[in-house]
Structures are given as C-alpha cells and as structure tokens.
Design a protein around this ligand. Structure first.
Ligand SMILES: *Cc1c(COP(=O)(O)O)cnc(C)c1O
Length: 361
C-alpha cells in the first residue's frame, strides 16, 4: 500500500506511517498549535540579542555538553514557581519536550501505557522507536478511571505510564492526589510515571514537581514552548530523581543543545516575569471564548490550559474546520469525531474566531 521505492531499506514498521504535523497554513488567525499569541517585547528582544552576541564569540567551540548553567537556571525557575529545592542534578534539558519524551523512551524499555485521547506524539514516538504502546480509553467525559487503570497497571511489569495534565486535547487536569495514586501503582511494577505538564503554567492544580522528592518514579516533563512564549527556540526539560537524569545522559547525542539555544534560554529565564506576563490575560480570554461558545449553543469542555476543546455542532468536524480555514481562521481537528480544539489567542484573534464560527451555526 505504500509508495516507498523498493531500493529504500526503510523499516517495515515505518512504511505505513505519516509524518506528524498540524497543517502550517498561512492564514491571518492561527489558533491551532497552542502557542502563546504574544511576541516578545522589543526590550526583551534586545536583551536576548546581547546574550546571543556573547555566545557568538565562542561558536567555534562545542557547547557545554551537560548544559549545567541552563539546568541550574531551570531548577531556580521551578524552585521559585513551586517553592521547591531542586538543583541541576534533578533537571535534564533538550530540544523541546518532544526530545525529552524521545530520550525517556530510548532509555527505559518495557511496557508503555497511555490514556487516550491525549498527546498524539506519545504513541508516535514510541512507534518510531519500535516500542509497544498500550492505549486505554478515557471515560465518555475524557476522565481517567482510577479503578479501571488499577487493573491495567497491575501485573504489567516495568516500563512507562504517560499522564498528560492539563491533558491535550481535552484540557482538564489531574489533582496531585490522583497522580500520587498512579505513581504508587506504577512503583509496584517498576514503572516510571511520565507526567507531561506542557501547560502547567495555566493550570489551577499544583504541579507534580511537588511529588518528585516523595515519589522516585515520577518524571515531570515541561516546556518553554507554550506559556513561556519560546516555541521557536525549542527548549524542553524534565524534573526527576537524579538517577533518571543520569539515564538521560546515556542516550543523548553529544552536544545536542546548541550554544545559541542554551544562551537564549538562560537569558529568558533571567526575565521570567516578562516572559510569563500574559498568562492571566490568556486565562481571562479563555473564559471569554468559553462563554462565546456557550452563547452559540456549543459545548466547550472545562480547560486548565490555553486551548478549549468544544463540541455540539451539527456539521462534521472536518467540514467546520475547513470552512473556518476558508475564512482565514486555522484551528485544530484533533481526530475526535464531533470535536474541534481552538487555541486561545489575542482578544482580536479570539473575536475573529468566534464571529467566523457564528456564520456556520
Ligand atoms: C506542545 C506539547 C508538547 C511539545 O512541546 P515542545 O516542547 O515544543 O516539544 C509536549 N507535550 C504536550 C502535551 C504538548 O501539548
């Protein structure tokens, strides 16, 4: 069924795959990949240029392979946000949290479990590495059923359990209590729990970093791509027991984080209040979009993140999605029949989305 040429020694298990990709369509209102809609202020840009120009003087040399200064800065950021006491030995950094997820799957084998719908890259990365993936459906309201997962984890042996909170694409988050219960179940099987917190900064729940010192098997994955407004730089990280971090250095490519990425990220962490300054605004806009959707008779799901999954329209998701594209508004068809996901943008973008949508209802 595939169109790959015969002479290409492509792995059999990759032949039927297609590349991950939200369409990158050049339309005026792009609300499909959960980025922060605000670009960096001129002052922040100027300070980043200063940091980058010092790094330029040493571009003939390889970067710090262990990214120690960056990892210390990330620890300082997490400590300040969550009243914790981590240092660089608890932190690993990579090119986006996708690389962090890939490194975890390279280092830890065995049985992988996820609760879907959730972030589609978890099973995709597993597949590209030839790992087995077991998907467990959520309840009809997209919740994780603790009683059901007990039987799914029990007896499954070592490996990884993936939990996304706030969950993408559904938007709801888990309490620390539930995460701790999953971690206890997983620990009996020698499994790590990978808590993907790409949207933690928007959430009303505490971060699972608060559990890392108590539960050795919790690995919290974070990113600077979403709330931190730094998606173009590609910087993700994890917070975990130092033994998890040491395992990461076994599978990383040498010098995987460029000197420019490290310098830009360190500088950004030094200006965290500027970088995080739009979070409250985005949360307030999220509320306006939720109300706007409800006023049209649609059903927005509760969201603790910077996007909303909604349903209740009579057209198919594909038809509504492409109708909106024709009006210059790009949102996301996440593949759940009857549902679409919209990222919260600026006030003007959100209003354009709502009024384009209104025309179809
Ligand atoms: C966006 C997203 C990521 C990826 O982030 P990068 O750091 O940009 O690679 C990871 N996990 C979830 C759940 C996401 O939504």
């Amino acid at each position: 069924m595939s169109n790959w040429p015969d002479w290409l020694p492509l792995r059999k298990d990759l032949e039927s795959m297609s590349p991950y990709g939200a369409p990158q369509i050049d339309v005026p209102v792009r609300l499909n990949t959960n980025e922060n809609p605000y670009s960096l202020s001129n002052e922040v840009q100027a300070r980043l240029i200063d940091a980058l120009s010092s790094a330029l003087q040493n571009l003939n040399r390889y970067p710090d392979r262990d990214a120690l200064e960056l990892r210390s800065s990330l620890a300082g950021f997490i400590n300040q946000q969550h009243g914790a006491s981590f240092d660089f030995s608890h932190i690993w950094a990579a090119n986006g949290s996708n690389e962090i997820l890939q490194s975890l799957m390279l280092a830890f084998d065995g049985d992988y479990i996820g609760f879907e719908p959730s972030y589609s890259m978890h099973p995709l990365i597993a597949k590209t590495l030839g790992r087995s993936w077991r998907s467990f459906p959520r309840t009809s309201h997209f919740k994780i059923d603790l009683t059901a997962i007990t039987s799914q984890i029990e007896g499954s042996g070592p490996g990884l359990v993936f939990v996304t909170t706030p969950n993408n694409p559904t938007g709801d988050s888990l309490s620390l209590d539930v995460i701790e219960k999953i971690a206890a179940l997983a620990a009996r099987e020698r499994k790590l729990v990978v808590v993907d917190e790409a949207y933690a900064e928007f959430s009303s729940q505490d971060s699972a970093v608060c559990l890392v010192k108590k539960c050795n098997n919790i690995v919290v994955v974070r990113t600077m791509s979403k709330a931190f407004a730094f998606a173009g730089v590609r910087l993700g990280y994890l917070v975990a027991h130092p033994s998890v971090v040491e395992s990461m250095s076994l599978v990383r490519l040498p010098y995987h984080l460029s000197a420019l990425t490290q310098a830009a990220s360190i500088a950004a962490l030094g200006m965290q209040s500027e970088f995080l300054s739009h979070i409250e605004e985005i949360k307030a806009e999220r509320e306006l979009v939720r109300v706007g959707l409800e006023e049209m008779g649609l059903v927005p799901l509760h969201s603790d993140a910077n996007f909303i999954l909604f349903t209740g329209f009579s057209k198919s998701a594909e038809a509504l999605w492409s109708g909106l594209v024709d009006k210059g508004v790009l949102i996301r068809d996440v593949g759940i029949p009857g549902y679409l996901r919209v990222t919260i943008g600026t006030r003007a973008e959100n209003q354009q989305f709502l009024s384009a949508l209104r025309e179809f209802l």
